[in-house]
Design a protein around this ligand. Structure first.
Ligand code: AMP
Ligand code: MG
Length: 315
């Protein structure tokens, strides 16, 4: 029996499998099995008001889970699936409440990774999967990252090497008349707007449950991280690391420096982001200083993660 067949059986039996996608590693459970999904929340320590993304192999598998697809959603699907684009659409009765935190909508996507697609097809189930890490922490982009945070707590880890995109999917909601961006991610807002016109950007309306991508403090290393402070005003008595977009000028204030992309390529920077944050986090530093990247294309997703990883952390 292949590794994927073994993993598919575990999913069918209500177990938990971590698997690679092009964005980050997911912690998967049969989306139609509420008890299996409950275990995902438990293992991650994730609050139940945080709905999960359901992963399917193609639009046909999505059809039984969704009540209707607006025209603009279909346009996005035909261009960007499989790929790092999640759509929030009205759900059918098939989707258990625990998956959507009792919302009338479900978040759904087709991942662009051969192992993920084979796992979904082989198990014959839609797979609910948040990132395979403890809630609030840095998302895993290698199987080793998953082992470090959830190792003993889950049934299997499929290893597909490092994730090629490295940041989570873009989330677009079709709950209201006009599409709304809930989270910037692997497909750029520019690409989406070129296809379907203006997309509104959501800030948290009162009374709506906060979803993970919208929480203020998320994707965070244990080491306090600050974003965009002047490099000339650094405290002298701290052991500090720098998370830099391109190679910075030499600065003795930093014990360690992680460069996201020597050549200034946002795609490469996104793919390196979470692993670089983890390396700095493992060095026993007092503080990580992160510099924002250009705020365009994938840079929006990177800056969003940097801002959330450093929220509420003072020097
Ligand atoms: P994660 O699974 O941690 O990568 O993040 C899930 C993301 O999906 C969140 O950022 C939410 O924006 C979004 N999400 C999932 N389900 C829903 C839903 N039913 N309504 C609105 N947003 C959702
Ligand atoms: Mg997550």
């Amino acid at each position: 029996m292949s590794e994927i067949q073994k993993a598919a059986e575990i999913i069918q039996e209500g177990g938990l499998v971590a698997f690679p996608t092009e964005t980050v590693y997911g912690l998967g459970a049969d989306a139609l099995n509420p008890i299996a999904v409950a275990r995902v929340f438990e293992v991650k320590n994730r609050p139940q008001f945080d709905p999960l993304i359901v992963h399917v192999a193609d639009i046909r598998q999505a059809e039984i889970l969704i009540l209707k697809f607006p025209e603009k959603a279909l346009k996005l699907i035909s261009k960007f699936w499989p790929g790092p684009l999640t759509l929030v659409l009205p759900k059918s009765q098939m989707v258990p409440d625990i998956v959507t935190s009792s919302l009338p909508t479900v978040a759904i996507r087709v991942p662009n990774h051969p192992m993920a697609l084979e796992l979904i097809r082989e198990s014959g189930r839609p797979i609910a999967a948040p990132s395979a890490n403890s809630f609030g922490g840095v998302s895993p982009t290698t199987a080793e990252h998953v082992r470090q945070s959830l190792g003993g707590k889950i049934d299997m880890i499929l290893d597909g090497g490092p994730c090629s995109v490295g940041v989570e999917s873009t989330v677009i909601s079709f709950e209201d008349k006009e599409p709304v961006l809930l989270r910037p991610g692997g497909i750029t807002v520019e690409e989406i707007q070129a296809l379907i016109g203006t997309v509104l950007v959501q800030t948290n309306p009162a009374g709506k449950p906060l979803a993970p991508g919208q929480m203020e403090n998320h994707y965070a290393p244990r080491t306090p991280m600050v974003l965009d402070i002047s490099l000339t005003a650094l405290p002298g008595n701290k052991k500090m690391g720098l998370l830099s977009f391109q190679k910075p000028p030499a600065n003795p204030a930093f014990t360690a420096v992680e460069v996201l992309s020597e050549k200034g390529d946002l795609k490469e920077a996104a793919a390196n982001l979470f692993a670089a944050m983890r390396r700095l986090d493992s060095m026993g530093l007092d503080m990580i200083v992160a510099q924002p990247v250009p705020h365009e294309g994938l840079g929006r997703a990177i800056n969003d993660r940097l801002a959330k990883a450093s929220a509420k952390k003072a020097i």
